[in-house]
Ligand binder design. Structure first.
Ligand code: HEM
Ligand code: HEM
Length: 184
């Protein structure tokens, strides 16, 4: 798709910032949904979850746009074709998750008639009460959370495998931007 050999500084910063935010938000969300929280604590924590989620959506849109404009670097030299295809598919799915996850949460909220206050900085107003749309948003939020968690686990395992077993430059080019070689 492109003749880039590695990730530029902005791509690396965007990757790690959004990766940390998404992993944190997945834990946060599952804790809200399945943790044993008293009602009042849960209410204010949901407010914080929603506010951070909206910020992740704003930054995530720019992060995804930057990747689309830059394109993906080619796989490292010598990588089997199937591995290159599989990693590309996972990367596209992760990019979709970065947008779909917060967007579905937002749809669930605003069409349940609930505004989202982003730390008093700005607010997204409640749009209308459309129960089926709010329900759909909630369902997509829940199922995407499970799919994304599995994808992130596979993605992390692949990155570690490249580094510690294959000893190639895949992880290094996302950490330092050094050009990937077959033997890192
Ligand atoms: C990167 C962004 C986000 C991630 C990774 C994330 C993740 C999660 C997860 C894992 C859950 C529990 C799964 C479930 O619903 O069954 C959850 C619940 C929820 N999320 Fe998010 N979320 C994000 C953004 C948002 C946003 C932007 C909103 C709304 C503006 C939102 C609103 C909610 C609500 C209301 C719940 C249900 C909590 C409950 O009552 O149990 N989320 N989220
Ligand atoms: C500790 C966790 C993570 C590690 C170690 C990691 C590692 C990596 C590495 C080494 C690459 C480069 C792969 C290549 O050049 O072929 C990469 C790319 C990528 N990663 Fe991660 N990653 C992590 C978490 C995440 C998370 C949570 C997401 C998204 C939710 C994500 C999304 C992506 C995407 C979309 C790419 C393709 C390039 C880009 O657009 O940045 N990663 N990751």
């Amino acid at each position: 798709m492109s003749d880039l050999a590695t990730y530029d500084r902005i791509s690396r910063f965007n990757h790690w910032l959004i990766a940390a935010a998404v992993i944190f938000m997945l834990f946060f969300g599952f804790y809200l949904a399945y943790g044993d929280l008293p009602r009042e604590a849960k209410g204010s924590l949901i407010g914080i979850h929603k506010a951070i989620g909206v910020l992740v959506l704003c930054y995530g849109l720019w992060r995804v746009a930057w990747r689309l404009v830059q394109g993906f670097p080619a796989g490292i030299p010598g990588m089997p074709k199937w591995q290159e295809r599989a990693s590309k598919a996972v990367h596209w799915a992760l990019l979709a998750g970065v947008v779909l996850m917060p967007l579905s949460g937002l749809v669930a909220s605003v069409f349940r008639g609930r505004p989202v206050d982003v730390f008093g900085w700005f607010a997204i107003p409640a749009l209308a009460e459309i129960p089926w749309l709010a329900g759909l948003g909630g369902a997509v939020h829940g199922w995407t959370a499970i799919a994304l968690s599995l994808l992130v686990a596979a993605h992390m395992a692949a990155a570690l495998r490249h580094h510690f077993i294959d000893h190639d430059g895949t992880l290094v080019r996302m950490v330092s931007g050094r050009h990937a070689t077959a033997k890192g």
